[in-house]
Design a binder for this molecule. Structure first.
Ligand code: NAD
Length: 357
């Protein structure tokens, strides 16, 4: 059966990194006879320029009809003065909401060849391979009531609501246990159950869901301790599951263990369906110069093959090809150090393609 992938390259370096990712995707598609079909569309600033909206109806329809969505990056100075409702970044929120992408998976893996790129010592980050599973459509960012109100004394009161229901916690916990099962079989649930009622419920529900996963070792950690432990001893973690706000912060912290934003992919899932994208933005400062690192987007292809299409051998081959390119000393400018071979976006794509036999 044909598998349809909606591709939105977006703005800035988006199209440059997506070109390389699609070359890799087409190669493994042929090699493993995966039967993938690609259809391209517009989202972000480029969509605004053509259609007057960052997420045109036709693009949303394409995304909904596809098995998976690949996204480059959106945004840029040109659109920064638009009303918030028309900004390129609105397209991301629109896609997440419309596709109900409730589970955000952000791996933070330190490649041995790049361990010195981290701001932490090599002995702390060597071997780090963490997956943060963040709840993406609930909690404080969406909870009601929210707002800012005037008080009788003339001051103001701003408020948001941290709210989770049992089904919302159950579904994200299940995703996290499934992910842990595919990896090191260790899951750490991060909350603030010593202070927040919603976290108390979160912990109780995660413990309940754990009964169906006796092969996965579950632990719990308060978020403040987790922020500390990620810097102190990151190797203790395999999979972390947490709510929207804690996940926002912890996944950025975890990604910085690796030292380079150009290396990290992500997945946002609703069951098997997913949207896959690099964690970086459109990098207007280097757009159009052939300097962008395409590895984050190429590894997003690997995540898509793994999580949406269960094509784990093809995914592994892409990951191995990336490792081989790095071990061979090839570096885009963002990860370059003395003695290495500096390559352009396309040249990095060439080296990775060559490593896929
Ligand atoms: P950014 O991630 O685009 O760039 C931050 C820094 O990292 C820049 O110096 C950039 O050159 C570098 N960088 C990023 N990706 C790189 C890559 N693949 N290779 C080499 N270097 C890379 O973040 P920003 O500068 O804060 O935002 C720029 C624009 O992107 C803004 O309009 C912002 O709203 C948008 N943005 C979009 C997304 C997304 O599409 N998911 C995410 C974040 C920011």
């Amino acid at each position: 059966m044909t598998k349809k992938i909606a591709v939105f390259a977006g703005d800035g370096i988006g199209p440059e990194v997506m070109d390389e990712a699609l070359r890799v995707l087409l190669r493994v598609n042929d090699k493993y006879s995966l039967g993938m079909e690609i259809e391209k569309g517009l989202v972000g600033g480029c969509a605004y320029d053509q259609h007057g909206t960052p997420l045109p109806e036709s693009s949303l329809k394409l995304a909904k009809s596809a098995d998976a969505v690949m996204l480059g990056a959106v945004g840029g100075l040109k659109w920064d003065t638009l009303d918030y409702s028309l900004r390129p970044e609105r397209a991301l929120l629109g896609l997440r909401g419309e596709l109900d992408l409730y589970a955000n998976l952000r791996p933070a893996k330190v490649h041995p060849a790049l361990a010195d790129a981290s701001t932490l010592k090599r002995e702390v980050v060597d071997g780090v391979d963490i997956m943060v599973v963040r709840e993406l459509v609930g909690g404080m960012y969406f909870g009601k009531p929210k707002g800012v109100e005037k008080l009788p004394d003339g001051t103001e009161r701003g408020f948001n609501t941290e709210v989770y229901t049992t089904p919302e916690i159950e579904r994200i916990a299940k995703v996290a246990f499934e992910v842990a099962r595919k990896r090191g079989k260790k899951l750490c649930s991060v909350d603030k159950a010593n202070v927040l009622e919603s976290s108390g419920l979160w912990r109780r529900v995660v413990i309940e869901v754990a009964k169906a996963y006796p092969d996965v070792a579950l632990s719990h950690m308060y978020v403040d301790n987790c922020a500390m432990q990620l810097i102190r001893w990151p190797n203790q973690f395999d999979v972390i599951v947490t709510n929207n706000m804690f996940g926002d912060i912890l996944s950025d912290e975890a990604s910085m263990l690796t030292g380079s934003i150009g290396m990290l992919p992500s997945a946002s899932l609703s069951g098997k369906k997913g949207m896959y994208e690099p964690i970086h933005g459109s990098a207007p400062d280097i757009a159009g110069q052939g300097k962008a690192n395409p590895i984050a987007t190429i590894l997003s292809v690997a995540m898509m093959l793994d999580y949406t299409f269960d094509a784990s051998s093809a995914a592994k081959e892409i990951e191995n090809a990336v490792t081989k390119a790095l071990d061979g000393g090839y570096r885009t400018a963002d990860i370059y150090s003395d003695g290495m071979k500096k390559v352009s976006t396309k040249e990095m794509g060439d080296v990775i393609l060559k490593a896929i036999a």
